[in-house]
Design a binder for this molecule. Structure first.
Ligand SMILES: [Zn+2]
Length: 245
């Protein structure tokens, strides 16, 4: 089988997420305030897409932070807290929000992590000043004209392609994903993508989702490493072979 048809196959295995049905959207409105954002995040902000394996593990990381972040926000809004308890929670919320933003950069362009409309809807649901500020700080800021879009999510797509079809080369992934607009991509295009992939692999390793060996192997070139060292993975981890370009 030629490499070209390999790549075509890889593409066809990566599907778009299903659009939420009207029923699912209607059901969102029946949820309690506490359940609302976690459900919205799963249904609409970062919908499930099992065809994208790398996306799925990064999405899981995001949802863990988002659930905890939201639950603490709700505690501030709904529970009678002492001043001390409140400031402890606020510090935790800020920290989790920072982590969520970092994870979001891998998942989607930085322009719109949360739209203004969505934010206003949340605020209407809970009229607390502290909460309003927190929600508003998550509203996506438009990037300046000419500012390059984050390349991080391209790295995630590259790993999705690699998981869907392991024989994809870095050149093929670059041809498919690089947004430079050239007909023939430059070595720099590949290098940029590789750098982002290395960062993503490091991020996944920090979250215990891949083995430590994958990074040095990924960074050392395009060749498959024949290491036979056994590695333990968590059930949701990505097999390191998937990450070799
Ligand atoms: Zn390019």
């Amino acid at each position: 089988m030629s490499e070209d048809s390999d790549t075509t196959q890889a593409r066809s295995r990566l599907l778009k997420p299903a659009r939420p049905s009207e029923d699912q959207v209607r059901q969102l409105n029946d949820l309690s305030r506490r359940d609302y954002f976690p459900a919205l995040a799963r249904l609409s902000l970062f919908p499930e897409n099992r065809s994208r394996k790398a996306y799925t593990v990064v999405r899981d990381i995001y949802l863990r932070f988002a659930d905890s972040w939201w639950s603490k926000l709700m505690d501030i809004v709904e529970l009678p807290l002492s001043k001390e308890e409140r400031s402890k929670l606020v510090a935790e919320i800020k920290d989790e929000q920072k982590r969520m933003k970092e994870v979001e950069l891998w998942l989607k362009p930085p322009e719109a992590p949360l739209s203004l409309d969505q934010a206003l809807k949340f605020i209407k649901a809970a009229p607390s000043v502290a909460w309003q500020k927190t929600v508003m700080s998550r509203v996506g800021k438009r990037s300046r004209p000419g500012q390059p879009a984050s390349k991080r999510r391209l790295a995630l797509h590259a790993l999705d392609i690699k998981c869907a079809y392991p024989h994809t080369s870095l050149s093929e992934a670059t041809n498919r994903l690089c947004p430079c607009g050239r007909q023939k991509h430059l070595p720099q295009c590949r290098d940029q993508l590789r750098q982002q992939i290395i960062k993503l692999v490091k991020f996944l390793r920090e979250h215990g989702l891949i083995s430590s060996g994958s990074i040095s192997r990924l960074g050392s070139g395009n060749r498959l490493n024949n290491s036979t060292t056994p590695v333990k993975y968590s059930p949701n981890s990505l097999h390191p072979c998937n990450l070799l370009f």
